[in-house]
Design a protein around this ligand. Structure first.
Ligand code: GLC
Length: 559
C-alpha cells in the first residue's frame, strides 16, 4: 500500500498551519501526576489543581494516558468502560472542569483510545463469558477452540507482549486471544458492532471538547485469523508488509478512514496520533490525512546519545513525514520506557555484549548487571538532547517529570511493583513502573506534595532534590531550562524545515531553521568553538563564552 500523490497535503507553514503540526504535547500519566483526594492515586481534580503549573510550562497540549474505569492490570490500558472516568480518579463533571481550565490556559486536550483490547471486566467481555460458544457476544472478541486432545492446549503457540501464552482458557473450555495481559482480551475488528462502538466513543469525547486522540497500538487492530492459524515461527517468517495476519495490516486503514470522517465532522477537526510500532516506510500510512494524520516516531527511544545516530534519525523522519504531508514527531521519554536521563547515564554495552541494550525501549532485565548510573552525566545529556529536539521542525511529545530531569526509579521492591511485564517474565524484566512513580511537587511532606497521603508506587528519598518547589526558583534547574526553551520556541517557530551546517566534527551537529534560528549540539566532550551568533539558551549549567561545552546544546539567533 502506498500513498497516492493527491493525498499528500502541504499545510506546513508555521503561521497558518493546524495547531498540532508543531505542538509540544505534555503526557500526563494521571494516576501519578497529582492526587487531590489523598488516596495515593493521582486523579482528575489533581490535574485541575495543577492547571497553572501546566499553563506555566509553555506547552501547547496535554495528553492524558487512560483515566477510564480499570482494574489496573496494565496501568489503565485495560479499559472497563471507554465513556466514563474511573471513580477513584473523579467524575465526568471533574473531567469537564479540567478541560475548561486547560482550554482557558490555551492548552489543547488529547485523550488515549485503547481499541485493540478491552479489560476483562468490560461489560462486553463479561457478556461473552456468560453467553457461551458461538454467541454474538463472543464474536466481539477472538475466541477459538484449543488444540490437542480435549482442546486443552492453546490454539497456537503465540506469546503475549508481556510474556506467556497469548491465549487464555475460559470455563467452558474455549480460549480467547490476548496480545497483552490476560486481563486484556483482544477485540474482533471484523465485527461491525465493535467498529460502531468506537465511533461512539470518539464522538463522546469530541462532544466534551477533547481536541485529539492518541491511538494505542494502532497497528494491531485488524487481524486475519483464517484457519489453520500459523505457528509463532511461521508468523515470524512472514513479511510485515500489509498482509501479515496480526500486525500492521493494510485493512486497518479502513477503520481509520471511518474515524477520519468523525474527526473532520468537528470544527476544528479533531486530531489523532498513532502509536504504531511499524517499519519506517510504513509510518506514512498512519500519518496520512485520510488515516490518523500523525504517527509517533520512536527512533530516539532506542538511540544512543550520539551525533551520527541523531542526525540519521532526524533526516529520515523529516523525509518520512513529508511523504504523508504530516509533521515529524519527536519522543525522548514516555510511560513505556526508561526515562532518558537514566538511559543516557548508563554505560553503553559493546555491540557484541550479551548484556541487553540498556536503553532499548526500557524493557530491561532485572537480573542483569545494570552498570553504574552516572546521574549527572545522564542529566547533562538529557538536557542537551531535549534542547536539540525542541529546536527541530515538527511536534515534540514530553513525558511528565522529564521537565524536572527525573531519573528512572530502580529501587521499587518486588512486592510493590505493578507492571505485568515484571510478573509475566518471572521478575526477569523490571517493566515500566520506574517511569510511573508519582511526581515530587515539594521537597518534603508525606508524598513530596503528590497528595496528602502515600503514593501508589514508592518515591525514593532523592526525589526531594527534583521537586517542583525546589526547581521553580532556580534558574539552573531543568524546569527553568524547559520553561525558557518552550517560551523561546513559541517566538522562534517557523516553517517545518531545517538545513544542516557542516561542523567539521563528527560529534557536533548544527542546523538552521528557515528564519535563521540555529541549534548546535556538542555530543562530545571537547568544547566546540562558535564563530558568531548570539546564544539564546543553553542546556549547560555553566556558560563558556564563544564555545559550546561538551554534551551541551545551544540555540543561536543566527548569523
Ligand atoms: C501501548 C501502551 C502501553 C500498553 C500497551 C497495551 O503500548 O503505551 O502502556 O501496555 O499499549 O495497551
Amino acid at each position: 500500500m502506498t500513498l497516492p500523490d493527491e493525498l499528500i497535503r502541504d499545510d506546513s507553514t508555521a503561521d497558518t498551519a493546524p495547531w498540532w503540526r508543531q505542538a509540544v504535547v505534555y503526557q500526563i500519566y494521571p494516576r501519578s501526576f497529582a492526587d487531590a483526594s489523598g488516596d495515593g492515586i493521582g486523579d482528575i481534580p489533581g490535574i485541575l489543581s495543577r492547571a497553572d503549573y501546566l499553563g506555566s510550562l509553555g506547552i501547547d497540549a496535554v495528553w492524558l494516558s487512560p483515566f477510564y474505569p480499570s482494574a489496573l492490570a496494565d496501568g489503565g490500558y485495560d479499559v472497563a468502560d471507554y465513556r466514563d472516568v474511573d471513580p477513584r480518579l473523579g467524575t465526568l463533571d471533574d473531567f469537564d472542569a479540567m478541560v475548561t481550565a486547560l482550554h482557558e490556559r490555551g492548552l489543547k486536550v488529547v485523550v488515549d483510545i485503547v481499541p485493540n483490547h478491552t479489560s476483562n471486566l468490560h461489560a462486553w467481555f463479561q457478556e461473552a463469558l456468560a453467553a457461551g460458544r458461538g454467541s454474538a457476544a463472543r464474536d466481539r472478541y477472538i475466541f477459538r477452540e484449543g488444540s490437542g486432545p480435549d482442546g486443552a492446549e492453546p490454539p497456537t503457540d503465540w506469546t503475549a507482549a508481556f510474556g506467556g501464552s497469548a491465549w487464555e482458557r475460559v470455563e467452558d473450555g474455549q480460549w480467547y486471544l490476548h496480545s497483552f495481559a490476560i486481563e486484556q482480551p483482544d477485540l474482533n475488528w471484523a465485527n461491525p458492532e465493535v467498529r460502531a462502538d468506537f465511533v461512539k466513543t470518539l464522538r463522546f469525547w469530541s462532544d466534551r471538547g477533547v481536541d485529539g486522540f492518541r491511538i494505542d497500538v494502532a497497528h494491531m487492530l485488524t487481524k486475519d485469523l483464517t484457519e489453520p492459524l500459523p505457528s509463532a515461527a511461521e508468523l515470524a517468517d512472514m513479511p510485515v508488509d500489509g498482509s501479515h495476519p496480526l500486525l500492521d495490516r493494510d485493512d486497518v486503514h479502513g477503520v481509520y478512514a471511518e474515524w477520519r470522517e468523525v474527526f473532520d465532522s468537528y470544527d476544528p477537526p479533531r486530531t489523532a496520533v498513532a502509536e504504531a510500532w511499524v517499519a519506517s516506510d510504513r509510518v506514512p500510512l498512519y500519518a496520512s490525512p485520510t488515516s490518523l494524520g500523525q504517527s509517533f516516531n520512536f527512533d530516539l527511544l532506542v538511540a544512543d546519545f550520539d551525533a551520527a545516530q541523531f542526525r540519521d534519525i532526524v533526516t529520515r523522519n523529516i523525509a518520512l513525514a513529508a511523504r504523508s504531508g504530516s509533521s515529524s514527531t519527536w519522543v525522548l521519554s514516555n510511560h513505556d520506557v526508561f526515562r532518558h536521563a537514566t538511559r543516557y547515564g548508563l554505560p553503553v554495552p559493546p555491540e557484541d555484549s550479551a548484556v541487553p541494550k540498556r536503553h532499548g525501549g526500557g524493557w530491561l532485565e532485572a537480573g542483569a548487571d545494570q552498570g553504574v548510573l552516572d546521574r549527572a552525566a545522564g542529566e547533562r545529556r538529557a538536557r542537551a538532547a531535549t534542547l536539540f529536539v525542541l529546536g527541530l521542525p515538527g511536534s515534540a511529545y514530553l513525558y511528565q517529570g522529564e521537565e524536572l530531569g527525573l531519573h528512572e526509579v530502580a529501587e521499587i521492591p518486588a512486592d510493590q511493583r505493578q507492571d505485568p511485564t515484571f510478573f509475566r517474565t518471572h521478575q526477569e524484566q523490571f517493566g515500566r513502573d520506574g517511569a510511573r512513580v508519582p511526581l515530587p511537587w515539594t521537597a518534603s511532606g508525606p508524598s513530596f506534595g503528590f497528595g496528602d497521603d502515600g503514593a501508589h508506587l514508592p518515591q525514593p528519598a532523592w526525589f526531594a532534590e527534583y521537586a517542583v518547589s525546589v526547581e521553580d526558583g532556580d534558574p539552573d534547574s531543568t524546569l527553568s531550562l524547559y520553561r525558557r526553551a518552550l517560551a523561546l520556541r513559541h517566538e522562534l517557530q517557523t516553517a517545518e524545515d531545517l538545513e544542516w551546517i557542516e561542523t567539521g566534527r563528527a560529534d557536533v551537529l548544527h542546523f538552521r531553521r528557515p528564519n535563521g534560528w540555529e541549534v548546535v549540539t556538542n555530543f562530545g566532550t571537547e568544547p566546540f568553538a562558535l564563530d558568531a551568533g548570539e546564544v539564546l539558551v543553553s542546556s549547560g549549567r555553566s556558560g563558556s563564552a564563544g564555545a559550546v561545552p561538551g554534551e551541551t546544546t545551544v540555540w543561536l539567533s543566527g548569523h
